[in-house]
Ligand binder design. Structure first.
Ligand SMILES: [Zn+2]
Length: 137
């Protein structure tokens, strides 16, 4: 995580291809599967409710991870960027072989306002607008 974690906030993350949030209550180690757009986590162990902090572009994260054939490798933590995921995939051979030679993979994703809006590494020309539509005003 690039910033300090805030107390009382459940951070969305991807674990084995599922979006989850861990309960932030001290000594409560519960984690629950969440869905895109869920605003709150209601812990079923300590019965407290917390706002969920989502990354700017969860749909692009989901799409980049979906390219990995083994669900156990589909993981993302707050602070990791789409380019970080792309670099990991290329390093593990989960990308076209010719991508190994590209040293600056930031050129493979077009990112605007923290949203992937296109690029050869994702068929995401409509990703950001679709996400904005899902988000609403
Ligand atoms: Zn809890």
């Amino acid at each position: 995580m690039s910033e300090l974690a805030r107390t009382g906030v459940a951070y969305a993350e991807v674990n084995h291809g599922r979006w989850i949030a861990r309960c932030p209550t001290p000594y409560c180690y519960n984690a629950l599967q969440i869905a895109h757009g869920d605003a709150e986590l209601c812990c079923r162990e300590c019965w407290q409710v917390f706002p969920i902090e989502w990354p700017a572009d969860p749909i692009s994260i989901t799409r980049l991870l979906a390219a990995r054939p083994n669900p156990a490798t589909r993981n993302w933590l707050p602070g990791e960027t789409p380019v970080d995921l792309l670099n990991e995939s290329v390093a593990h051979g989960i990308a076209p072989a010719e991508w190994q030679d590209i040293t600056d993979r930031t050129l493979m994703l077009r990112i605007a306002d923290e949203l992937v809006v296109g690029g050869v590494a994702i068929d995401g020309a409509i990703t950001a607008p679709v996400y904005r539509m899902l988000e609403g005003p």
